[in-house]
Design a protein. Structure first.
Length: 116
């Protein structure tokens, strides 16, 4: 499985960014996908996740109501719509996939920068 993120950039506080993850390879074995982020000097944290089957989603409390995760199974993409961005949202954002047999894959990351 290959994951390639795009859509990062620089935005002012209060603005929006839309991240996209292109998925290729053995996509039929993916059971869940997620976006993680890592800010400078901090541990990588789960931002939002989505189950492949029923489409259930979960979010870290700090982004609830501002971020929306979605998956297009036909196009093999996963997006993260980020609204009302804050300086604390500045991080490298990573796409993540978990397979049926437990393997995990990561994208290379895309930088999201929020200026105050």
């Amino acid at each position: 499985v290959q994951l390639v993120e795009s859509g990062g950039g620089l935005v002012q506080a209060g603005g929006s960014l839309r991240l996209s993850c292109a998925v290729s390879g053995s996509t039929f074995s993916i059971v869940a996908m997620a976006w993680y982020r890592q800010a400078p000097g901090k541990q990588r944290e789960l931002v939002a996740g989505i189950a492949t089957g029923g489409g259930s989603t979960n979010y870290v409390d700090s982004v609830k109501g501002r971020f929306t995760i979605s998956r297009d199974n036909a196009e093999n993409t996963m997006d993260l719509q980020m609204n009302s961005l804050k300086p604390d949202d500045k991080a490298v954002y990573y796409c993540h996939a978990r397979m049926l047999v437990g393997e995990k894959y990561w994208g290379q990351g895309t930088q999201g920068t929020v200026s105050s």
